[in-house]
Design a protein around this ligand. Structure first.
Ligand SMILES: Cc1cc2nc3c(=O)[nH]c(=O)nc-3n(C[C@H](O)[C@H](O)[C@H](O)COP(=O)(O)OP(=O)(O)OC[C@H]3O[C@@H](n4cnc5c(N)ncnc54)[C@H](O)[C@@H]3O)c2cc1C
Length: 475
């Protein structure tokens, strides 16, 4: 006799912070949940060698997982751009810089009133319950769980200027004090808001992980049929509701395949310019990787860019030397002055996005590529505004080095299947696909982050919001 198929009520795909924040919220009112997310410990043949030398410092030991991401998802990245993903427990969320932009209102203003209200509530919930560090202000409510900043640098970055103003992000570390947290006194590994640390707070009995990668989704009389692989063999899962949190590229590829869409789709992102400055005074700290807690934004055209700043550390110096091998003889010297080296990332408005994804019907692959495009002028002017500000405040010696590591090196990918267009490739305010209400998207693919250049806070708040909505509906 044929074995009866198990039909799940709900299945979550992925184990990054979008998926796990969903799970965390869902289990507040439900007893159990199943997650499909691979953690394969073998490496497939290299597919994306050109990305190897551009891995961010945090990911330098993770090329296997990056390579597997592209291999198992059948995604090809053209040599004219960079794109990162990681097929492992936690995905890219294992490596993020722990900075969250608290300025979320402008980017969600087009949503329905209730959606906006719920999203803000979930943002505050996460800030409070996870004891993140920083200051929040919504509708005259002020919540603080702040952190100590370097005083000398604070004064410099906070100097009055015609063009620029200081903005301070939320830091995703578990703080201890209600007033001021000392970053030098926290345990960096255990205090970080990472998938592993989040999982530790959820009862293991409530979650079942299935070590599979999702290859494709098909319609089924009971809901959806998921074709998955464990690396060698396929396995089929059936579910009534599907929650996709596999990061923008994979979520988009799976949906394009499900809806048979073969046209080009733009992936929004924040093109990034790397800059290096030489500070007059050391930026002392004891962290392995100090988050960039001073941000500069333009006063008038706020959304054009956000520039963040952090001092050098062993990891960054090793990554720079890996990339520019001729610097190897100077490694000792660079390490000696590492806290005088100020590294900055200037993240630009997604209107400069230049990444595209297209599904190839015959080969069942997706191609990610950039097009010829030159928007360098605005970028160059922005860089000069920052350089002049830093010189004027006497923070740096008059030296700068900047480098544009091609499109996609910013690791922020979003906006392919937006909320609210009421047609084709989009989702409704509950993040259900318009063409199939059983599919929910909970990662960056549903938003456009124009003002907010550090989007994971909104992504997590939204995942929690959808979890709460689904819990309510199921009661
Ligand atoms: C170095 C670095 C620094 C960053 N810094 C910041 C920052 O400071 N602030 C900020 O807001 N953002 C930052 N980001 C971006 C941030 O990390 C991402 O926005 C975030 O991780 C997205 O979370 P996610 O859960 O949607 O995707 P991911 O974390 O990528 O998780 C995707 C999950 O899906 C799984 N998966 C993939 N394919 C499949 C499949 N076929 N089947 C099943 N599962 C699959 C993966 O294994 C993974 O578990 C940074 C990123 C990097 C790399």
């Amino acid at each position: 006799m044929q074995k009866k198929e198990k039909i799940y009520e709900i299945l979550v795909i992925g184990s990054g912070l979008s998926a796990l924040t969903f799970v965390d919220g869902y289990l507040e009112k439900n007893k159990k949940i199943d997650i499909i997310s691979p953690d394969f410990n073998y490496r497939k043949k290299d597919k994306i060698n050109h990305l190897k030398k551009l891995l961010p410092p945090q990911m330098m030991g993770s090329f296997n997982q990056v390579n597997n991401y592209f291999h198992y998802n059948n995604i090809i990245v053209n040599k004219n751009c960079n794109f990162f993903g990681s097929l492992e427990f936690g995905g890219l969320s294992n490596y993020w810089g722990m900075q969250i932009d608290k300025d979320i209102l402008k980017d969600i203003k087009y949503l329905k009133h209730k959606t906006k209200k719920d999203l803000i509530k979930c943002f505050i919930d996460i800030f409070k319950t996870k004891k993140l560090m920083g200051k929040l202000e919504f509708n005259k409510n002020k919540i603080s769980n702040n952190y100590i900043k370097n005083n000398y640098y604070y004064k410099k970055f906070n100097s009055r200027d015609k063009y620029l103003e200081l903005s301070e992000p939320i830091l995703a570390y578990k703080g201890k004090n209600k007033n001021l947290n000392d970053l030098d006194k926290i345990n960096e590994t255990t205090a970080k808001f990472t998938p592993k640390n989040l999982l530790k707070t959820i009862s293991k009995k409530k979650i079942k992980f299935h070590n599979f990668a999702l290859k494709s989704i098909k319609k089924h009389k009971k809901g959806l049929k998921l074709i998955c692989t464990d690396g060698s063999n396929d396995k089929i899962f059936f579910t009534k509701k599907l929650i996709l949190g596999c990061g923008t590229a994979v979520t988009t590829k799976l949906i394009l395949d499900y809806l048979n869409i073969y046209k080009e789709i733009k992936i929004k992102h924040h093109p990034r310019l790397f800059c290096l400055y030489l500070a007059k005074k050391k930026w002392k700290n004891k962290m392995q990787f100090l988050p960039s807690y001073f941000h500069l934004k333009l006063k008038k055209n706020k959304s054009l860019f956000t520039a963040d700043f952090r001092p050098g550390n062993d990891l960054i110096i090793s990554a720079v030397i890996e990339f520019k091998k001729f610097l190897y003889p100077f490694k000792f010297l660079l390490n000696l002055i590492q806290k005088n080296l100020i590294f900055s990332s200037i993240l630009f408005n997604p209107k400069f996005s230049n990444l595209f994804i297209r599904l190839n019907k015959k080969k069942n692959t997706a191609q990610i590529y950039s097009k010829k495009n030159d928007k360098r002028l605005e970028v160059k002017n922005s860089n000069n505004i920052i350089f002049n500000f830093l010189k004027k405040t006497n923070l740096i010696w008059p030296f700068k080095y900047s480098y544009f590591p091609s499109y996609g090196s910013d690791f922020h990918y979003f906006g392919t299947i937006p909320i609210g267009r009421k047609k084709g490739l989009s989702v409704n305010n509950n993040c259900q696909l318009y063409k199939d209400k059983n599919i929910y998207l909970i990662d960056g693919s549903v938003f456009n982050f124009v003002d907010n250049k550090y989007p994971l806070g909104v992504i997590m708040a939204n995942a929690r919001r959808i979890a709460k909505t689904l819990s309510k509906n199921e009661k």
